[in-house]
Each structure stands twice: as structure tokens, then as C-alpha cells.
Design a binder for this molecule. Structure first.
Ligand code: HEC
Ligand code: HEC
Length: 254
């Protein structure tokens, strides 16, 4: 008798426990769902959120801030952006405030960020008004579109694409960049402060450019409107002089 009573008490307790457990699980799941639902609008863990530290300098969605030095990231070829992130990390380019942000990141993550910015299609700024003389602008146009074979200067479009919007995967476009940035980059290549992965095509290009050539090229570039299709070209135009972009160096992909 005692044994039977003890058995049924045990069964009752087990039943109560099972009910209690189900109820507790249901309550927990409901709370969890409510929590997720209310948290969703305020925090979305996507690339746009994770790159907010970058866009503080590079402008909303990487379209470049108006202060005239930060380069645009949006829409540039992914391979080019990735190569640059690796270049900063390897000391081939220098900007300490940015390098310390990317130093701890893996190659795969750098590539993810590069692809994120490359895929963004956001408007470009209007071209700058140039106060260069018509002769200087004509000189710039000549260099960019034709080069100067007698002095060993290749046409810039040969690698940067006939629309100057770059060539996938590794060559950047030349339009929509601040004049100060263009001059600084070409100058840095001349002094060896900026380097690309070997073979470093731009090192050879700037070696045959005078300061006047660089100025003329930058003045012409900043005054050009963007074409309707701003995406990088899929392949380089036919070779006129020197190397094509396919011969230029690139970091191994992660
Ligand atoms: C403190 C400002 C600042 C922050 C933050 C910053 N950058 Fe930069 N970034 C710069 C400047 C300035 C340059 C150009 C430096 C130079 O070569 O003179 C640059 C250059 C670059 C370039 C090369 C662009 C090109 O056209 O060659 C890439 C790519 C880039 N940054 C990506 C990033 C990413 C991704 C982040 C976030 C993880 C980031 N940056 C955060 C200021 C910043
Ligand atoms: C043989 C191919 C080749 C030719 C010709 C060439 N470039 Fe480049 N250029 C490149 C490559 C490749 C890069 C990217 C290098 C890197 O990974 O850092 C580049 C990068 C640049 C950049 C840096 C852009 C940025 O966003 O930081 C500028 C500016 C530039 N080139 C200007 C010129 C000008 C001006 C000419 C003509 C006088 C020219 N290039 C001719 C291959 C070429």
C-alpha cells in the first residue's frame, strides 16, 4: 500500500515536472523571440554596420567625404581595394590611423570588406571646375588618352580603361578622385613612399613623368564628368605601348 502510494506520488511529481518544464521552455522561447524582434531594428550585424569606422573617413557608403583628400571606395574593383588594404598592412602605403584599424583583420575579412565597397553603386561628385589653361588641359588629355611614345610614356587609358573607370579586377578608375589625392599618390610613387605588388607598373609610369606632366594629368582628370556607366571595364583596351594591366602585380587572393 505504502509502495503503491509512493509510486503514484512519484508519477504525479513527474507529470507536474514535465508540465512545468514545457511551460518554462515555452515562456523562454517567447521571451527570446520578443527580444530578437525588438532588437532587430536597432542592431543589424551586416557589412554596412561593421564598416562604419571606415565610412567615418571615407564618407557615407565609401563615396568620399567632401574635404578633398579621402579617396572614394564605392564601386572600385574589389581586387584593387583588397590589394590596397594588404599594401597598407605591409607598409607599401602609409596612413597610420587607418592601418591600425585593419592590422588585426584576416585576409579573408579584408577581401569581404573590399567586395562590400566594390558592390556599392552610389553617385559621384560633380567634376571640379578647373582653372588650368586650355593648353595645360590639352596636354593632360594627350597624356591620358595617347601617352607620349617618344618619351616612353604609355597612354593611361591603356591600363585604366578607355572610359577611365578602371579595369576589373585590379586597376582603379581615375575619375571622381580629389586633385590633392591624385597628385599625392603620383608623387608618392615617384619618391617610393607608395608601392604596389611587383611588377609595380605605376613605378615605371611615374619614372618617365615630369612634375608638369603629373599636374597636367591631374588637372585634366578632375575636370572630367563620369560616363553613364561608372563600373570598371571587364577587360583592358588593346595594347599601344608598354605593358597591359594584366602584367601588373597583385596580392595573392585569400
Ligand atoms: C582616419 C581616417 C580613415 C579611416 C578610419 C579609414 N581610412 Fe581608408 N584611407 C584613409 C586615407 C587618408 C587614405 C589615403 C591614404 C594615402 O595613401 O595617402 C585611405 C585609403 C584607403 C584605401 C585605398 C583607396 C584607393 O583608392 O587607393 C582603401 C581601400 C581604404 N582606405 C579602406 C578603408 C577601410 C576598409 C577602412 C575601415 C576598416 C578604412 N579605410 C578606414 C583614411 C581612413
Ligand atoms: C601598365 C599599366 C598602367 C598604365 C599604363 C598606367 N597605370 Fe596607373 N595604375 C595601374 C595599376 C595596376 C594601378 C594599381 C596599383 C596598385 O595596386 O596600387 C594603378 C594606379 C594608379 C593610380 C592610383 C589610383 C588610386 O585610387 O589611388 C593613379 C592616380 C594612376 N594609376 C594614374 C595613372 C596615370 C595618370 C597614368 C598615365 C600617365 C597611368 N596611371 C598609367 C596601371 C597602369
Amino acid at each position: 500500500m505504502t509502495a503503491i502510494r509512493a509510486g503514484s506520488t512519484f508519477m504525479t511529481l513527474t507529470l507536474i515536472n514535465t508540465h512545468l518544464l514545457r511551460w518554462l521552455i515555452t515562456v523562454c522561447l517567447a521571451l527570446l523571440a520578443a527580444n530578437i524582434a525588438s532588437a532587430a531594428p536597432s542592431f543589424k550585424d551586416d557589412m554596412a554596420q561593421r564598416t562604419l569606422a571606415c565610412t567615418a573617413c571615407h564618407g557615407s557608403q565609401g563615396r568620399a567625404a567632401p574635404d578633398g583628400y579621402y579617396p572614394r571606395l564605392a564601386g572600385k574593383p574589389a581586387g584593387y581595394l583588397y590589394n590596397q588594404l594588404v599594401n597598407f598592412r605591409e607598409g607599401k602605403r602609409h596612413y597610420a590611423l587607418m592601418t591600425q584599424l585593419i592590422a588585426p583583420l584576416t585576409d579573408a575579412y579584408l577581401m569581404e570588406m573590399a567586395q562590400h565597397f566594390s558592390n556599392l553603386e552610389v553617385p559621384y561628385p560633380a567634376p571640379e571646375k578647373s582653372n588650368a589653361s586650355p593648353a595645360a588641359l590639352a596636354r593632360g588629355q594627350q597624356l591620358i588618352l595617347k601617352g607620349e611614345p617618344a618619351r616612353g610614356i604609355p597612354a593611361c587609358v591603356q591600363c585604366h580603361g578607355s572610359a577611365m573607370t578602371g579595369v576589373a579586377p585590379n586597376v582603379p578608375g581615375l575619375l571622381g578622385l580629389p586633385r590633392d589625392y591624385l597628385n599625392a599618390q603620383l608623387g608618392a610613387w615617384k619618391t617610393g613612399k607608395r608601392r604596389a605588388h611587383a611588377p609595380d607598373c605605376m613605378k615605371a609610369v611615374v619614372a618617365v613623368l615630369s612634375d608638369e606632366d603629373i599636374n597636367a594629368a591631374s588637372n585634366y582628370l578632375v575636370a572630367q564628368p563620369l560616363p553613364a556607366n561608372t563600373r570598371p571595364a571587364a577587360s583592358a583596351p588593346p595594347l599601344a605601348l608598354g605593358q597591359t594591366a594584366a602584367n601588373c602585380g597583385s596580392a595573392p587572393k585569400p
